[in-house]
Design a binder for this molecule. Structure first.
Ligand code: FAD
Ligand code: EPU
Length: 337
């Protein structure tokens, strides 16, 4: 029976799928996949729906990852967590805090599931999943064999991993292994955390500051539909950056180890005069220009049209091509994907 996905995606876009099955036990997956394959029924894996844009009704089965469970092992150097894909990421971060296992504080309040975290190598406030990931376990498709990749094999990069390339559509992540060193080291290199003193800061102070800054800047999807940053921060070579700085000395960028520069896409969009810009019910957030929002009845197509306008304006003004971060699902897509 068709199911509305409105409450299953943080943009709050109202499109339907053919059926929705909650996966509470990953052991059910092989039989389920075989039966879907036998009737030629396509399927899509969904976590918390916080990084997808639905652009039409989809005649496919949605498998919503809802398997739960956290196991902890420890030795003298670290705590090792084995976490089911359907666990909520922020609840996991809070749980590790209650258990006095710091290390995830910079990644507090990121929506979505643990199973989706390796896909784009979630990151915030100077830490990425790759810094704490030990391994990723997945069911390979279509043969349904369980495979464990060590973090070093996942080709993690900025908002990127093997799951967006060679393993795209070929892996259902079922568990993620995390390693939290017992010798806790604060990570304070990102803007609002830099004012803390390395010697006196506690994990709780970072956890609370990250939550406060995020709550201030990013809209709560329960109140205003969004998928976090809609574009990746574009990486440009030193010459391109020098040309931009010549014209815009206040351009915001971070130097990468290889000499390239990561530009703040929010600054580019803001500088292009698009902060608060609205096309119908799709808008550029007025507190953080990197976030596109749904004021109520925007369709996925409306969001894409706004995204295309932003891409064109930024390209026209700075010669920089923006690339979407969320996964676009449905009949319509962005031209640069
Ligand atoms: P979904 O949106 O459900 O899925 C995303 C993609 O992963 C889809 O292609 C889906 O098919 C695939 N997928 C999901 N689960 C699995 C699985 N188990 N196996 C295989 N494929 C799977 N991201 C950051 O990196 N940093 C941030 O600071 C950040 N802030 C955000 C703030 C807000 C307010 C919002 C709404 C989003 C933010 N995001 C951020 C984006 C989002 O939280 C992450 O991308 C998150 O990992 C998505 O998790 P999800 O479970 O909702 O994935
Ligand atoms: N800026 C503006 N105007 C804006 C927005 C930003 O000028 O409207 C400038 C500010 O100068 C600011 C800089 O851009 O200093 C960077 O902004 P911010 O610190 O908010 O970070 P971001 O680059 O916009 C990235 C991630 C976020 C992550 C934060 C914190 C990407 C695509 N986004 O945002 O991740 O939470 O840093 O680490 O890398 C997400 O991926 O969904 C996400 C929210």
């Amino acid at each position: 029976m068709p199911v509305s996905l409105k409450s299953y995606n943080t943009f709050g876009i109202d499109h339907q799928c053919a059926e929705l099955i909650e996966i509470t036990d990953a052991a059910e997956l092989p039989a389920l996949i075989r039966s879907l394959d036998e009737r030629d029924q396509s399927y899509f894996i969904l976590g918390g729906g916080s990084n997808v844009v639905l652009t039409s009704d989809i005649d496919i089965t949605v498998l919503k990852m809802a398997n739960k469970g956290i196991e902890v092992f420890e030795d003298d150097v670290a705590w090792y967590l084995s976490v089911a894909a359907g666990e909520n990421w922020h609840q996991l971060v809070s749980w590790t805090f209650e258990k006095q296992m710091p290390g995830l504080e910079n990644l507090a309040l990121i929506p979505g599931t643990v199973g989706a975290a390796p896909i784009q190598n979630i990151g915030a406030y100077g830490v990425e999943l790759m810094d704490v990931c030990d391994w990723v376990e997945y069911l390979s498709l279509p043969d349904c064999v369980t495979v464990r990749l060590m973090a070093s094999e996942c080709r993690f990069d900025y908002r990127d991993s093997i799951f967006k390339h060679d393993l795209k559509g070929k892996a259902i992540i079922t568990r993620v292994g995390l390693k939290l060193p017992k010798m806790w080291q604060p990570k304070l290199n990102y803007g609002p955390l830099a004012e803390f003193n390395t010697d006196t800061v506690t994990p709780e102070m970072i956890f609370e500051r990250v939550i406060a800054v995020r709550s201030e800047k990013l809209p709560d999807p329960a109140k205003l539909g969004n998928a976090g940053s809609f574009f990746k921060n574009p990486i440009v070579d030193a010459v391109t950056f020098a040309n931009i700085v010549k014209q815009y000395p206040d351009a915001v960028a971070y130097a990468l180890e290889d000499g390239r520069m990561k530009l703040a896409a929010g600054w580019l969009i803001d500088k292009a005069g698009l902060k608060g810009f609205r096309l119908g019910d799709a808008g550029v957030h007025d507190k953080q220009a990197l976030v596109l929002v749904n004021f109520g009845s925007a369709s996925g197509e409306d969001i894409l049209n706004l995204a295309k306008h932003v891409i064109d304006e930024v390209h026209h003004r700075f010669g920089v091509q923006l690339e979407a971060e969320p996964n676009v699902v449905g009949r319509f897509s962005l031209l640069n994907e």
